[in-house]
Ligand binder design. Sequence first.
Ligand SMILES: [Zn+2]
Length: 429
Amino acid sequence: MIDLILRHATLADGRKNIDVGIQNATIVAVEPNLAAVAAQEFDLAGDLLSAPLVDAHFHMDSTLSYGLPRINQSGTLLEGIALWGELKPQLTQDAIIERALAYCDWAAAQGLLAIRSHVDVCDDRLLAVEALLEVKRQVAPYLDLQLVAFPQDGLLRSPNARQNLVRALDMGVDVIGGIPHFERTMADGAESIRLLCELAQQRGLMVDMHCDESDDPHSRHIETLASHCHRLGLSGRVAASHLTSMHSMDNYYVSKLLPLIREAGVAAIANPLINITLQGRHDSYPKRRGMTRVPELLAAGIEVAFGQDCVLDPWYGLGSADMLEVAHMGLHVAQMTGQEAMRACFGAITDGPATILGLERYGIAVGAHADLVWFDASDPVEAIRLRANRRMVLRRGNIIAKTAAKSTALSLPGRSNNISLRIKPGAIG
Ligand SMILES: [Zn+2]
């Protein structure tokens, strides 16, 4: 007898009628008509079963601070930066921990069980670093939190950023961050990339930089990052977040750039909700979308993830820790409406970021962690279309969240009250 069997699941890769057996927090069987008996069984009746959702780019030190000390009235990046400057001196460790834990509750409830969060290291007190290391420890039983030492005000531009970043790494922060486009000059940006990549090589760490987050078609930090990554042998350990300037770059130049990124083994992380909101603000009409070239990056064989970036903070007054909402926006902004492209959008919130974060034993396979999400949907595309409820979330074989299937008690004369948004097109009437 094994612990648990989830029967008649559809997997994200299209396999149907699959039974998944779980024993001792590990997946021990993935096959049709599993003959074993379990202490507990659930019949998914063809619903989608997936490995957990993963967010490759988030800012947990500012999340849920919306309205503190005041609301961003204009909704612009500049007022957001000013607001964060007002808020930073007032931050307390307890408040950061409380908000981050509340966010992790939202995440776990929706099957988001791994998050890479940047943490600002430009405050000499490193309050946020200490707070998020404590959060990481507390949520470890149900959520993998990976932290990036992020010199938000510039590694070279902000007086103590370099030594603070090293202090944060010594305290246990996992990944090296950067923000080359925010340094004083293009040359300083390039120098910050060199310093950070060499530090990553010395310490054997991963790198994830905010890179070319602007509408400037001449921003070239991704080229520099790929070059240092190639030179130092950091392939597979480096990610470039945002890359929004690539949206505006010359097409000929991008045709040279994509193979360089691929050759260097650098991954790309787009943040559709925030990129579509903050980019193109200096444009009149036509107005650029500003998100990086996701279909082209994928076609070039580059690992791609979609990140949430912000939820209810000085920069963004919306968001809900739902990665299906992120994929939904990414799909629309990138016009990824082909069948394969829509499934790739689901990959950008599951397998893609899992690879970028280096998550071990991730996926639905024998020997993987029994971390699973049962969606109120038949396949990944329907999950994105409906931002489907997560019927059940499992971590290491334990059920940590349950949500009922969506249903509405419709009361209209002459109409059935039994409606389902899951009905396939063509199957109605
Ligand atoms: Zn960010």
